[in-house]
Design a protein around this ligand. Sequence first.
Ligand SMILES: [Fe+2]
Length: 243
Amino acid sequence: MIDIHTHLIPNVDDGADSEEETICLAKAAIEEGIHHTILTPHHNLNWFKNEKDKVINLTKKVEEILEEANVPLNVSPSQEIRMNEEFIDELLAGNYLPLDKEGKYYLVEFSWGDFPSFGKDYLQQMLDHDIIPIIAHPERQKAFLEDANLLKELIDMGCLSQVTATSIVGGYSERVRQAAHDMMQANLIHVIASDAHNVTERPFNFASALKVLEEEYSSDYKEYLVSNAEKIIHSQQIETFKK
Ligand SMILES: [Fe+2]
C-alpha cells in the first residue's frame, strides 16, 4: 500500500523529531503493510517553510537513513501545502512539489479556521490547468465541519479529498470520527492516508482503519480508498466510487 500523506522527514515540522523517530515510523509503516510513503512536510504553515529543493534533498537523506537501517520502505518527495494568498502564483510558477511525477496532483491544506476568501478561485484555477487539488483531511477542519455543503461544492468542482486513517477509528474525537464517516457515506472522500507524525501520539492507524472500512462499508470501498493512492502516484485518473 501507498501512504500519500506523512511527516517522516526529521526536524522540519511537527513530524518526526529525530532520525530515530523517522526509522521507527518507517518500521511502523512496513508493519501496517505500507511499502511506499510520500513525504509531505508542511509548507507555509506558520513557521514551517519546506521549499521544493529542500524537500528533495531531505528525501534523499531519508532514503539513506532507511537504507542504513535496513528498512525496505520507499519514499518520494512532496509537500502538504497550506493555501495562502501567494499559493496560486507559486504553484503555477512550478515552485511546489506534486504528489506524482507528472504534476497532476497536489496535497492542499486549508486553514484550521475559516475557509479563505480566495479558496474556491484558486482551486478552480488549478483545475483549469488540469491540476487536481487533493484536500487534506477535511473531516478535521472547522470550515468543513461547520458547513456540510462546502466539501460537496469543492468535490463537484473536480477536487478530490483525503481522509485520515486515525479519524476513521475515532482517534481524534467523536465529532471528527462522525464527520469522516458522513463524508465517506456522502461519497466525498477519494483516498485514505495516515498523516503520521510520530509513533506515539499520531501513528499510522492504517490497518485498524481498513478493518473498520471492511466491516462497516465493503471490501470494494476499502479497496477504492487504498488503490486510489496508487493511481495518484502514477498520475492516473480517479473515478467516483460506484455504490
Ligand atoms: Fe499533514
